[in-house]
Design a protein around this ligand. Structure first.
Ligand SMILES: C[S@@+](CC[C@H](N)C(=O)[O-])C[C@H]1O[C@@H](n2cnc3c(N)ncnc32)[C@H](O)[C@@H]1O
Length: 276
């Protein structure tokens, strides 16, 4: 079910209000993790962890930022690997769930938890060796461009960044059959905000994404497409599956993600880059 501000048909090109975003994610905090027990959630994790692992520093004393880290789906495994992580989010509800999970796993010491807005970070310049913003926090932000400025600012020179955003062309493809007027505005970049895979927010084409980070001192080493939302909903939402089917689908998704001729069609775009 879509929330009030997540109307797929909403024509206005404005991001949400900060209080509404906070409320929405507070409400979703106790049910959010159930997604990761579904086939779609497992595929989502598979692809993102492949890319995150390629960016992980060897040095375990490196500083890692998990921006818009929610219930700690990224911070917790990183802490389990021995990294020190700073996790922040706009939603106190999401952070409470993260805190509880870390306590249960006796990993509270490894993760600093802060309530903050991704567009206004309480960290010094060039502070983190690796900056992550996984599953859409930049797209969901009230000020996505400021979020990119801030995430780039706090990344050390030579440090890495791995973020994902909602995709403009996926939104166009979904939209143009029943609402060509909106789809046309989207493809002409006259409209930037629609309902994407993670909620209502800013969509990007691969070129826009590369250009936005490039302007902020990030050399893009790769942009990868996530195609999990092309699977039928009943398959994504399944809680039981054959290992063979999982292995086949993950190989297809991984190959598609690295196939540059289709990147822009992915439902999410995952950017990996380095600060120069
Ligand atoms: C789809 S969840 C992803 C959470 C986590 N990164 C993960 O991988 O599971 C999006 C998160 O972005 C957070 N968020 C949205 N707008 C934000 C903002 N302006 N500043 C910080 N976090 C924000 C939400 O509260 C939510 O926890």
């Amino acid at each position: 079910m879509l929330c009030a501000r997540c109307k797929w048909d909403m024509p206005e090109d404005t991001p949400g209000e900060i209080e509404d975003i906070q409320k929405e994610w507070d409400e979703r905090s106790t049910s959010y993790d159930a997604y990761f027990n579904t086939f779609g959630g497992k595929l989502d994790e598979y692809l993102r962890w492949k890319l995150i692992k390629e960016s992980l520093p060897e040095d375990k004393t490196a500083r890692i930022l998990d921006a818009g880290g929610g219930t700690g789906m990224v911070a917790l495994p990183l802490a389990g690997m021995g990294y020190a992580v700073t996790l922040f989010d706009l939603s106190p509800g999401q952070l409470r769930v993260a805190e509880e999970k870390l306590r249960k796993h006796e990993l509270s010491e490894a993760v600093e938890i802060i309530e903050a807005d991704i567009a206004e970070l309480p960290f010094p310049d060039e502070f983190f060796d690796l900056v992550l913003a996984v599953r859409g926090p930049i797209s969901l932000a009230t000020e996505p461009s400021k979020a990119v400025v801030e995430l780039s600012r706090v990344t050390k020179r030579g440090g890495r960044i791995c973020v994902d955003v909602s995709s403009r062309y996926w939104a166009v493809i979904r939209k143009y059959g029943r609402d060509p007027e909106t789809a046309l505005k989207l493809i002409r970049s006259e409209l930037d905000h629609v309902h994407g895979a993670h909620g209502f927010g800013r969509v990007f084409s691969p070129e826009e994404l590369e250009e936005t980070f490039g302007r902020n001192g990030i050399k893009v080493t790769g942009i990868y497409g996530d195609f999990a939302y092309y699977l039928p909903e009943e398959m994504r939402k399944a809680t039981k599956w054959e290992e063979r089917s999982y292995n086949q689908v993950t190989e297809i998704l991984e190959r598609l993600s690295r196939e540059s001729s289709v990147t822009g069609m992915g439902n999410d775009l995952i950017l990996v880059g380095e600060k120069y």
